[in-house]
Design a protein around this ligand. Structure first.
Ligand SMILES: [Mg+2]
Length: 320
């Protein structure tokens, strides 16, 4: 059961990314006129149905890094650089759809800056590029205490996104992952997140940052009308949109399609919520015909299974 959830999370990111990629940058108005209902392909990047982008490439790099080296930013950063320079873990042989902060981080790493300090940390560097690829670290650290979890997540976010806002967003995402892995429904997981007493003690949750998470932590994000949900590339907007879609649907398919049909940064919104929905509904909850479209699907499934075993063994070997 746990294995199905872990594998569902990883595959859920890739499928969400692939569903959204062909309509990335297109407006919500366009989606209203012609909603996406399945794997389409072509469109924004002129790639066949099922092709996935940076969100999945970096997630798979991180999965592989954790399988071999656990939480090791230097190793994860080296794999990200291999993606950026050589197209490692891409379906095309080259990196594409690369975000601004990630580009800057990769260039900084090339000059010898250590991976954990590579992510730029200005307030304007809070795109969703760390959140979209943090899931493997979130799953791996889910059962750790908040301090240990936050330290690991901050390190892993910081490879491409060094600002506290991105790091805190990744921590809140991890707290949802923790609940969903433990068997909570999306609604139960969200309620637990919003009722966490010690949230203000979470590393990085300083007053100046906390205010940006008010709508997320209100306990009522799903009650907002669609017009108030933004689906651009800002990390707060992506986390809000992901939770909104997760809480308003009761299966993987409807959840990720709603994310794609919000328009704009469709691949990443769908990848971020796809990870959560993949855990909530398990690998079996993801339509098999969508998985069939993914290039390198056998390698991805094999890696996801290796990762699930690694996580389960790690959990069993942790001192109680
Ligand atoms: Mg992308």
């Amino acid at each position: 059961m746990q294995k199905q959830k872990i594998m569902g999370g990883i595959i859920g990111v890739v499928v969400g990314d692939a569903l959204g990629l062909p309509v990335q940058f297109a407006s919500r108005e366009l989606r209203r006129q012609r909603p996406v209902t399945g794997m389409e392909g072509w469109g924004s990047f002129k790639l066949p149905p099922g092709y996935w982008s940076d969100d999945s490439s970096l997630t798979l790099c991180l999965v592989e890094s954790i399988c071999r080296h656990e939480i090791d930013p230097a190793d994860a950063g080296a794999r990200f650089l291999k993606w950026y320079e050589d197209g490692y873990w891409t379906p095309t042989g080259y990196a594409f759809d690369v975000g601004n902060a990630t580009t800057e981080a990769m260039e900084r790493m090339r000059t010898g800056i250590p991976a954990e300090k590579a992510g730029p940390n200005n307030e304007t560097d809070n795109g969703n590029g760390a959140l979209m690829r943090i899931l493997p670290a979130a799953i791996y650290l889910a059962e750790e205490d908040d301090t240990t979890m936050a330290a690991g997540i901050h390190l892993m976010s910081g490879i491409t996104h060094g600002h506290l806002r991105s790091k805190v967003a990744c921590c809140l995402y991890t707290m949802m992952v923790r609940e969903l892995l433990a068997g909570a429904t999306p609604q139960q997981a969200y309620r637990s997140l919003c009722h966490t007493q010690e949230l203000t003690k979470l590393p990085g949750m300083v007053p100046g940052e906390l205010q940006h998470f008010t709508r997320i932590l209100s306990g009522k994000i799903d009650e907002l009308p669609e017009a108030e949900i933004n689906s651009d590339g800002y990390v707060i907007h992506t986390l809000e949109a992901a939770l909104w879609c997760l809480l308003r649907n009761d299966n993987y398919q409807d959840t990720v399609l709603e994310a794609v049909n919000l328009g704009w940064d469709t691949d990443t919104t769908a990848a971020v919520v796809g990870g959560l929905a993949g855990i909530a509904y398990g690998l079996g909850g993801i339509p098999a015909e969508w998985i069939q479209f993914l290039p390198r699907q056998e390698e991805i499934l094999e890696l996801a299974e290796e990762f699930a075993d690694k996580v389960i063994n790690h959990k069993n070997s942790s001192p109680i």
